[in-house]
Design a protein around this ligand. Structure first.
Ligand code: EPZ
Length: 433
């Protein structure tokens, strides 16, 4: 198992290219199953989650070919409805297979995703949508079995107690592309990743209108073709690098980003004393003359402030003198990064779904444990700002969602290296799982 060793204190400078979006690419891999023709996806990030999804599609019978680092060709000539627990349990996003399999094969058998450290993540909204579309949904020994033979056009509401659902919306769209008549999805998610999925499906011949709004209209079609599609840039990765520049007092330009996808983040950074310069496809961040100010932020579904940036922003708040408050409305208990930040000397208290940060105290390097993808990014950001060395364990979480993060940070001047845990003195190894 690898770990990252960071020597804090370097001021980051320079330019970095953003990769394609993991959360856009994953449902698009599933969407390719909707046609028996070949689909080519470009700008796909080189991540373990993507490789998992490729393996699952192969298991379902699709021909999956990787052409170079970031291009995949998927040809699902003859597929079967049964996804293997061994692969599905490794990645929640595999639930996105449900919609395409039901639409194309009128049936699907997908193991129910298990627990997740970021909080309670049921799929009741996914199953309710299929039910309301006329499919019969049963849970048999942990496997969701769907019979879509009697699906019909319908109008349904997709929202839940925490607002809209991203992959739930993706599943409902994909499940209804062949359903004769008009299906209306109200309370749909309008994340850029959903808009990108609708763009791809449109290229395949699907009739979808209203993408980017909470009301989607899908007119059923006979069949879909293959397509060629370029995945959108990863807005979460882009913002993570901008925070890396700010938290080290440097100046960073992120290229290949779509500013329009980062409205809430840009607003918060501007309010917190970050000087952001937006140019065509690039954002440059540095600290404004008046310095950084504490802030209050609430995570919400898009276009609200993304929950996938909460941990990284919490790390930033730890370095800003004053009281900042981060309220997590999407995953109310998504604060696994906090105990590790406390190990680095941060002052954060948790009150329900609020993190109250008394920032400004110098962070100290320490051995810390990553618990999930975004928490691991937050610990790396804190390590860059800290005095001394930070050792981040279990970075397999990081490799699920950040392409070559350590390499890219080194390119910006960070003292960071990836080490084999086994090469470390016992005192620095993570406790046995
Ligand atoms: C997507 O997950 C992203 N994953 C997550 O990113 C992201 O945190 C999340 O959207 C919210 O933005 C992918 O796109 C692969 P949701 P998803 O359904 O679709 C509740 C990352 O770090 N809910 O929008 O699974 C749910 O518990 C990952 O890259 C139900 O109650 O999230 C949560 O509180 C982590 N019932 C809220 O809705 C349901 O059936 C939003 O979840 C579905 C969701």
């Amino acid at each position: 198992m690898d770990i990252l060793r960071i020597h804090g204190g370097s001021t980051l400078h320079g330019e970095v290219e953003v990769s394609g979006s993991k959360n856009a690419a994953l449902p698009q891999f599933a969407a390719a199953l909707l046609s028996s023709e070949e689909t080519t996806l470009e700008n796909v990030p080189d991540l373990s989650d993507i490789r998992f999804m490729g393996e699952i599609l192969e298991h379902l019978g699709a021909k999956v070919e990787r052409c170079g680092k970031n291009t995949w060709k998927i040809q699902p000539l003859d597929i079967q409805p049964d996804a293997p627990y061994e692969l599905v349990r490794k990645m929640r996003a595999s639930i996105c297979l449900l919609g395409p399999l039901v639409a194309r094969l009128k049936r699907a058998k997908i193991p129910m995703p298990g627990g997740c450290v970021i909080g309670h993540r049921p799929i009741d909204l996914h199953l309710r949508a299929l039910n309301e579309m006329g499919a019969s949904v049963t849970l048999n020994q942990g496997v969701v079995e769907v019979d879509g033979a009697s699906m019909h056009a319908s109008t349904l509401f997709l929202g839940g107690r925490h607002g809209s659902t991203v992959t739930g919306t993706a599943n409902a769209i994909m499940a209804s592309v062949f359903t004769p008549g008009i299906t209306m999805l109200d309370g749909a998610a309008c994340e850029p990743e959903i808009v990108d999925l609708c763009t791809m499906l449109g290229k395949m011949g699907a009739k979808i209108s209203g993408s980017g709004s909470h009301l989607l209209k899908i007119e059923g079609v006979e069949k879909l073709t293959g397509c060629k599609h370029r995945v959108i840039p990863d807005r979460i990765e882009a913002a993570t690098y901008l925070i890396a520049g700010v938290i080290t007092g440097g100046k960073i330009r992120v290229n290949g980003v779509n500013q329009g996808h980062l409205g809430a983040f840009i607003k918060l950074m501007n309010e917190s004393g970050v000087k952001l310069i937006e140019a065509d496809g690039a954002i440059e961040a540095s600290i404004s003359g008046e310095g950084l100010k504490p802030f209050e932020v609430i995570t919400l579904p898009y276009p609200g402030f993304p929950t996938d940036l909460q941990a990284q922003t919490c790390a930033l708040a730890c370095t800003i003198p004053g009281l900042s408050i981060l309220t997590e409305r999407v995953y109310p208990s998504r604060f696994m990064h906090v105990p590790e930040l406390l190990r680095m000397g941060a002052e954060v208290s948790l009150e329900g779904s609020n993190a109250i940060v008394r920032g400004g105290k110098k962070l100290n390097g320490a051995p810390v444990m990553a618990s999930d993808l975004r928490a691991s990014a937050a610990l790396i950001l804190a390590g860059l700002a800290a005095e001394g060395e930070t050792w981040v364990h279990r970075i397999y979480h990081l490799d699920r969602g950040y392409e070559l993060l350590d390499l890219k940070l080194r390119g910006l001047g960070a003292e960071i290296e990836r080490l084999q845990e086994s090469a470390l003195p016992p005192a620095f190894r993570s406790p046995i799982d």
